[in-house]
Ligand binder design. Sequence first.
Ligand SMILES: *Cc1c(COP(=O)(O)O)cnc(C)c1O
Length: 394
Amino acid sequence: MQDTDRCIIHPEAELEGFHSLAVPVYRASTVVFPDAKAFAARAQRLPDGYTYGLHGTPTTRMLERSITQLQGGAWTFLTPSGQASCVFAMLAVLKPGDTVLISDSVYPPVRQFADTDLQRMNITVDYFDPLSLADLEARLTPRTRLVWCESPGSNTMEVMDLGAISDLAHRRSALVGCDNTWATPLYCKPLELGVDFVAEALTKFFGGHSDLLLGSLTLKDEALILPVRDLMGRYGVGVSPDDAALVLRGMETMPLRLHHASAVALRLAQHLERHPLVARVLHPALPKAPGHEIWLRDFKGASPLFSAEFTPKATPFLGEALTGLQTFTIGASWGGTRSLLAPQPIAGTRTARPWQGAHQILRFSIGLESEAALQQDIDAFLARLQLAMDAHKP
Ligand SMILES: *Cc1c(COP(=O)(O)O)cnc(C)c1O
């Protein structure tokens, strides 16, 4: 062999005798075959054989299987983001002329996708009250193909009765999908409650370190595996094995991270609830939270993400009081090691269940910093809020 070829055609290294606890990262576009016959028959290797990097590598397959087992499903697809997992769930089952019913407190970018792209495909989009089965029932029509849930809802945290919703939808021949990012399959398993497919933003707790974007879509029914795989292939959607490996690493500590941050978050939420400038704390584990009884019945825990609504007099000064944070930082996304605060506008994003509360709420994502530092930062923030209000008194 010439040196120039030696640079290109590497000797194989032994795998035998090498046992590591680390997740191997297999990168590939091309996958090679022993002969022309095997190459010609490569499509028959689907769904779980290897054909092309876009359709999976041992690293992405490992993560897919791990999530499938956690969810109790038939198959999992990885997507480039949590948003993409919601989008592909909808694209996989909806066709022109269908109606999709979406929970009113859905992740706002999903609403934007539905209102622009699904509408453009001649799919009717309607929203339902996440807390009212009667409202959902009234909106179901023979054209409803999909009911899309997110429990609890983004920012306002309404816990939905996924079992009853699934019964209702299935009786009308509609499928049910659910975004389960808040709970993760550790705290809720929507497929066991009757849902047909479940989306997760792995970007959040699974990854756990604010350094990647990835999503998953897990199916309960094997019949959807090939249609979804073909759809994702046609759209050219694949994920990096490096990101999949980071999620596999992140999820090893997910149970401990969640357990710890959730306990701290609940205590901080209770602390906030007692403050006179706080009108309500929206945290599913608090008895006054919307859907708390359902949370008690269907969930094994509460994740460390919750929101607080402040009094009408305090709300206009939230932005000002957020200057000077020591431990929290301001930012979107969540589920990482750092605690985040995000002021979120609500009113403009609700149509089926008009928002009665403050025009803006504050979302708390509790990370892994010490509870004392977090509590001190919250107290200092509340003190600044009071000072800002006093300074603006006529
Ligand atoms: C963040 C989030 C998503 C989107 O995840 P990305 O990976 O950031 O696209 C979807 N649903 C919920 C509930 C989320 O919080």
